[in-house]
Ligand binder design. Structure first.
Ligand SMILES: Nc1nc2c(ncn2[C@@H]2O[C@H](COP(=O)(O)OP(=O)(O)OP(=O)(O)O)[C@@H](O)[C@H]2O)c(=O)[nH]1
Ligand SMILES: [Mg+2]
Length: 304
C-alpha cells in the first residue's frame, strides 16, 4: 500500500521513473472494473461513493477510490497522507483511497489518471471508483474512460441536465437522482428517461434510479445496476472492445504529446527565426510552416 501511494505520487510528478514501473505493471492490469462517478458540484458524489464502499465491502469486493476533485472532502487527505480517515474504512485493508488534485498537473489529469488506475488495478483491487466533478472537459473525459460511467444529478436538475456537458449525458451508463428526499425527484427521473429517448442508442441499456446517499438508501440497487452493466458488456464483448479503444486513444495521445515535446519544444532558434521571417514576408502561411517543419522531422527520422 505505501509503495502504491508513492508510485502514484511519482506519476503525479510526471517523472520519467514512473514509466518503467508502469511498463512492468501493465501485464498485471485489466482485471479491475473501473467506474466513473461524475456530476455537478455538491450533487452528493462523495457521499454516494462512501455508501458504495460499504456496499462493495459487504459484497466482499475490494475497492480503490481516486477522487479527482479539488473541493472534495477526500482532498484533505491528500494533505494528511494517502489514506484518508474515512470512518470505518480507514483501517480496512480492502479499501484504498487516494486524492489527485486536478490542478497543477504537467501532463494533465487525463494523462495521470489512467496510470494511477493501473497501479490500483495491479494491486489487485477489484473495483476502482473515480470521482470527478462533471464540469471541466478533462474531468468528463476521465469519467468517460471508465468501464461504467455514473452521472449523479439532484431533483430539479432540469437546468443541470441542460448545462451539464452534453458529452456525459450521451455516454453515461447509469443515471442517479440523488437527494431523493427533496421535492421533484420523480419528475427529474422522468426528465432523464425522456432525454434518454433522444439518445442515439435510445438509452436502451442505461439504468435510471434514485438514491439518498446520506442514508445509503438505493445504494444496493445502484451497485446492482453497475454490476449488471459490467456483466452484460463483458458477455457481449463490448467491454473488451471499449477498453481497447481507450488504450489506443491513450497511446495516440501520448504520441501526440511526445511529438510536440520533441518537435515544437526543441525547435532550433535559427529555424524559428526563419519561420518568423517567412511569415512576415507572407511567403509561407502558418499551415505551410507546419508542413515544412514536420516534413523536415519525418525525413530526419527516416534516415536514422
Ligand atoms: N438531503 C440530502 N443531502 C445529501 C444527500 N447526499 C448528500 N447530501 C449532502 O450534500 C452535500 C454535498 O455532498 P457531497 O457528497 O460532498 O457532494 P459532492 O458531489 O461530492 O460535492 P463536490 O465534490 O464538492 O462536487 C453534503 O452536505 C451531503 O451531506 C442526500 O441524499 N440527501
Ligand atoms: Mg466530492
Amino acid at each position: 500500500v505505501p509503495a502504491a501511494a508513492r508510485l502514484i505520487s511519482l506519476i503525479e510528478a510526471n517523472e520519467q521513473k514512473a514509466k518503467d514501473v508502469l511498463r512492468l505493471l501493465f501485464p498485471h492490469t485489466g482485471k479491475a472494473r473501473v467506474l466513473g462517478i461524475t456530476g455537478p458540484p455538491g450533487a452528493g458524489k462523495s457521499t454516494l461513493v462512501r455508501s458504495m464502499i460499504a456496499e462493495y465491502r459487504a459484497r466482499n469486493l475490494t475497492v480503490g477510490i481516486l477522487a479527482i476533485d479539488p473541493s472534495s472532502p477526500f482532498t484533505a487527505g491528500a494533505l494528511l497522507g494517502d489514506r484518508v480517515r474515512m470512518g470505518p474504512h480507514a483501517t480496512d485493508r480492502g479499501v484504498f483511497i487516494r486524492s489527485m488534485a486536478s490542478r497543477g498537473h504537467l501532463g494533465g489529469i487525463t494523462a495521470a489518471t489512467p496510470a494511477a488506475i493501473r497501479v490500483l488495478d495491479a494491486m489487485g483491487l477489484e473495483r476502482i471508483i473515480i470521482e470527478t466533478v462533471g464540469v471541466g472537459q478533462s474531468e468528463v473525459a476521465v469519467a468517460a474512460t471508465a468501464d461504467c460511467t455514473v452521472l449523479v444529478l439532484v431533483p430539479g436538475a432540469g437546468d443541470a441536465i441542460q448545462t451539464i456537458k452534453a458529452g456525459v449525458m450521451e455516454i453515461a451508463d447509469v443515471f442517479v437522482v440523488n437527494k431523493s428526499d427533496r421535492d421533484g425527484a420523480m419528475q427529474t427521473l422522468q426528465e432523464i428517461r425522456m432525454m434518454l429517448q433522444l439518445r442515439s442508442d435510445r438509452g436502451s441499456r442505461a439504468g435510471v434510479l434514485s438514491t439518498r446517499a446520506d442514508r445509503g438508501e438505493g445504494v444496493d440497487a445502484l451497485v446492482d445496476a453497475i454490476e449488471m452493466h459490467f456483466r452484460t458488456t463483458e458477455n457481449s464483448g463490448q467491454l473488451e472492445e471499449f477498453r481497447l479503444r481507450c488504450l489506443k486513444r491513450e497511446a495516440l495521445d501520448l504520441i501526440g504529446r511526445e511529438a510536440r515535446r520533441q518537435i515544437v519544444d526543441n525547435l532550433d532558434q535559427r529555424v524559428v527565426e526563419r519561420i518568423v521571417e517567412s511569415l512576415r514576408r507572407r511567403q509561407l502561411d502558418p499551415a505551410g510552416v507546419a508542413a515544412e517543419v514536420l516534413a523536415a522531422h519525418v525525413h530526419s527520422g527516416d534516415r536514422r
